[in-house]
Design a protein around this ligand. Structure first.
Ligand code: NAP
Length: 248
């Protein structure tokens, strides 16, 4: 087991799917974990799952697109546990979170485009904007942005999602350059394929073969959050490759 008892980690999108699984695992590794998403009842259920874990939880609902709500989330973290040492920007929306079919770019509703960019990219920016200064002040911290294979390649029908994840990759590297001297690592992590979550709710059953379990990123996120000030930074890898890189 990795000892994360010195860590205070904010996990967005912690109400279900990959985020809920990572948040539960981090609590079991001893971290104090701030569970955030919009659905408070679902966050309460996740907290109840790990009530006996060594780490503590704080349920702090927030819409990541709302800067005042994000600011309040970081303030609540500081009040409960002290400065955050980890931020997992996991909240995300895909094309199939909104519709039961993919859409070529010229048929995408502008409001859907804006929503996907707002949640996946602006949301990560806002959380980093308010959490990272605490890490810089402490001289250590880890920001992990949950990306996708579609942060490295393109796929027809996924226009705004691809744009959001490529944007997230560029944003991550820029932030990494800005805070490396302050001891803060900024990296991207993705499942390495489709993971069985509500993200694929609208995908026909016949196309769901080969999906990865929802805990696919749990080992990698644990290793990433255990990194000290001189850790790997400015990198983007799927979960399995992070495990090989950091478990050596
Ligand atoms: P999911 O089951 O649909 O969960 C998405 C999470 O994001 C939920 O907790 C949701 O909570 C939260 N969320 C959505 N909009 C939000 C908002 N405006 N403010 C705050 N939270 C919001 O999806 P998932 O598969 O776990 O995906 C998690 C991350 O992994 C995403 O970034 C996704 O792009 C990435 N990813 C997933 C896969 C995959 O195959 N599943 C593959 C590659 C990358 P509320 O609705 O309660 O707000």
């Amino acid at each position: 087991m990795t000892d994360l008892s010195a860590e205070t980690v904010i996990v967005t999108g912690a109400s279900r799917g990959l985020g809920a699984s990572m948040a539960r695992r981090l609590t079991r590794e001893g971290a104090n974990v701030v569970l955030s998403a919009r659905d408070e009842a679902a966050l309460d259920d996740v907290a109840a799952d790990v009530a006996d874990a060594p780490g503590e939880t704080l349920v702090a609902p927030a819409d990541v697109t709302d800067e005042a709500a994000v600011e309040a989330l970081v303030d609540a973290t500081v009040d409960a546990f002290g400065a955050p040492t980890g931020l997992v920007n996991n909240a995300g929306v895909g094309m199939l979170s909104l519709h039961d079919e993919l859409r070529d770019t010229v048929t995408v509703d502008a409001d859907d485009w804006r929503l996907i960019l707002e949640v996946n990219l602006t949301g990560a920016f806002l959380c980093a904007k308010h959490a990272v200064p605490h890490m810089v002040a402490a001289g250590r911290g880890n920001v992990i942005n949950v990306s996708s294979g579609l942060g490295r390649r393109a796929a027809a029908g996924w226009g705004p999602y691809v744009a959001s994840k490529w944007g997230l990759e560029g944003f991550s590297r820029t932030l990494a350059d800005e805070v490396e001297a302050d001891g803060v690592n900024v990296n991207c992590l993705d499942p390495g394929g489709r993971a069985a979550t509500g993200f694929w709710d609208h995908l026909p059953e016949a196309e769901r073969d080969g999906v990865l379990p929802p805990d696919v990123m749990d080992d990698a996120i644990t290793l990433l959050l255990a990194q000290g000030p001189d850790g790997v930074t400015r990198e983007s890898l799927p979960a399995e490759e992070w495990e090989e890189r950091l478990d050596a």
